[in-house]
Design a protein around this ligand. Structure first.
Ligand code: ADP
Ligand code: MG
Length: 349
C-alpha cells in the first residue's frame, strides 16, 4: 500500500493533520479531545487515500466499511473491465445491466440534466483519450477530440426498473466524479448501522461527517489552498452531520509546451473546463451529490454553479483565478478564511 500511496503523490504529515491529497484536509479528530480515543485507519480505495476516524469504533468496523466500498468500487469503476460499468459500456446499443447502485446512476443523470450537461457521466471516451492521471496522459488533437464528442450525451443513459443501459453503441460511462462521495456515504451508513454517532471519513476529496466530536464540537475541515502545497489550506469549515466534496484544477493534469491541461472536462468541447474557477467545494447531506455537484460547478462557473446548488439546497465555496473566495449563505458562519494568504472573502447574498 505504501508504494501506491507514494505513487499517487499522497503523504501523511504531522500527527495533527492528515492529508487527503485532494481539496480537503482532515484535521486529526483526536487532537486535544476529551473522552474516547477514536479508531483511525487508512486504506487505498478508488485510486485514492481513505482515512477513517471512528469514535467508539474499532478495526473490524473500519474494515467492514472498506470492504463494502471495495465491492462498490468493483462495480462502478471503469478501471476494471469486469465491473458492471464496463459491462454497461460494452453492451451500449444492445442491452443493459441490473444494478444495486441504481440510485447513484439516477443521481448522476439528475445532476447532468440540471447542470445542462456540464456534468456528464458519458464523458468516458474523451476522458480515456486524454488519459490524465495515467502514464499514457497526452494532449490529443482537436480532430481526435471532436471525433468522440458525438458519443458524449447523458441522454444516451437509460434508467428503467433498476436496469442501466446506454442507447448508443460506442458510448461509455465514467462515474469517477461521483464515486468517492458515494463511498463516503457508504462508510457513514456502515458506522450508523453499528450504532456509532461520531465519525469522519475522507475518500480523496470527499469527506463524510457523522455527528460532531464526542464533546459536541463540530469537526474541522481544511479547504486546500490551490496555490499552496498539498498540506496548505486557505480556510476551515466547522461542520456536523454533513458531507463535503472538492473539485480542483490543481489535482491532476498533463503539461505540454508550458500549458497545463487538467482533468475536469467540459463535455461540450472535450477540453479542460475553463470557467474562471480553480476550485469548488460543495456541502450537503448527500456525499455522492456533493461530489457530482463540485464537478458540475467547476465546469459551470460561479454564477450558474451557485444557481445549481440553490436548486439542491446545497452550499459551496468557489475559488476563482483572481483569488476571490465566494461562500454561499448557508455556510458563511461555518467558514473561516486564513489571514495573510492574499485571498479575498466574498459572501454571496
Ligand atoms: P476527483 O476525481 O479529482 O475527485 P472530480 O470529482 O471532480 O475530481 O471528478 C473528476 C473525474 O470525473 C475526472 O477524472 C473524470 O474521470 C470525470 N470527469 C471529468 N469531467 C467530467 C464532467 N464534466 N462530468 C462528469 N465527469 C467528469
Ligand atoms: Mg466530483
Amino acid at each position: 500500500m505504501a508504494a501506491s500511496l507514494k505513487k499517487a503523490g499522497m503523504f501523511i504529515y504531522r500527527a495533527a493533520a492528515l492529508l487527503t491529497a485532494a481539496g480537503l484536509l482532515l484535521f486529526s479528530a483526536s487532537c486535544g479531545e476529551k473522552g474516547a480515543e477514536p479508531y483511525g485507519g487508512q486504506d487505498y480505495v478508488m485510486g485514492t487515500l481513505m482515512t477513517q476516524t471512528i469514535y467508539g469504533g474499532n478495526e473490524e468496523l473500519a474494515k467492514k466499511a472498506t470492504s463494502e466500498i471495495r465491492v462498490m468500487e468493483a462495480a462502478i469503476s471503469n478501471k476494471f473491465n469486469t465491473s458492471e460499468v464496463s459491462k454497461i459500456s460494452a453492451l451500449a446499443g444492445s442491452g443493459g445491466v441490473e444494478s444495486k447502485y441504481f440510485d447513484i446512476y439516477k443521481l448522476a443523470v439528475d445532476v447532468s440534466v440540471k447542470s445542462g450537461g456540464a456534468f456528464d457521466i458519458t464523458i468516458a471516451p474523451v476522458v480515456d483519450l486524454w488519459g490524465i492521471g495515467t502514464p499514457d496522459a497526452r494532449v490529443p488533437s482537436r480532430e481526435e477530440i471532436e471525433g468522440l464528442l458525438p458519443f458524449v450525451d447523458y441522454g444516451f443513459v437509460k434508467l428503467e426498473d433498476g436496469t442501466v443501459s446506454l442507447t448508443k453503441e460506442g458510448a461509455a460511462l465514467d462515474l469517477g466524479s461521483i464515486g468517492k462521495g458515494a463511498a463516503a456515504d457508504l462508510a457513514l451508513s456502515v458506522y450508523r448501522d453499528a450504532g456509532i454517532s461520531s465519525a469522519i471519513v475522507a475518500v480523496g476529496g470527499s469527506i463524510g461527517v457523522l455527528g460532531g466530536k464526542p464533546g459536541g464540537a463540530p469537526f474541522i475541515i481544511g479547504v486546500r489552498d490551490p496555490k499552496g502545497g498539498g498540506n496548505d489550506y486557505l480556510g476551515t469549515l466547522a461542520l456536523k452531520d454533513i458531507s463535503v466534496s472538492t473539485s480542483g484544477s490543481y489535482e491532476r493534469f498533463v503539461e505540454k509546451e508550458g500549458v497545463r491541461y487538467h482533468h475536469i472536462l467540459d463535455p461540450k468541447t472535450g477540453y479542460p473546463a475553463d470557467s474562471g474557477l480553480v476550485s469548488v467545494t460543495v456541502v450537503h447531506e448527500n456525499g455522492a451529490l456533493c461530489d457530482a455537484l463540485s464537478t458540475a460547478c467547476f465546469v459551470l462557473g460561479l454564477e450558474k454553479g451557485v444557481k445549481l446548488l440553490d436548486g439542491y439546497g446545497a452550499n459551496g465555496i468557489f475559488i476563482d483565478k483572481e483569488d476571490k473566495v465566494f461562500v454561499t449563505k448557508g455556510i458563511q458562519s461555518n467558514f473561516e478564511l486564513k489571514d495573510g494568504l492574499g485571498y479575498e472573502l466574498v459572501k454571496i447574498e
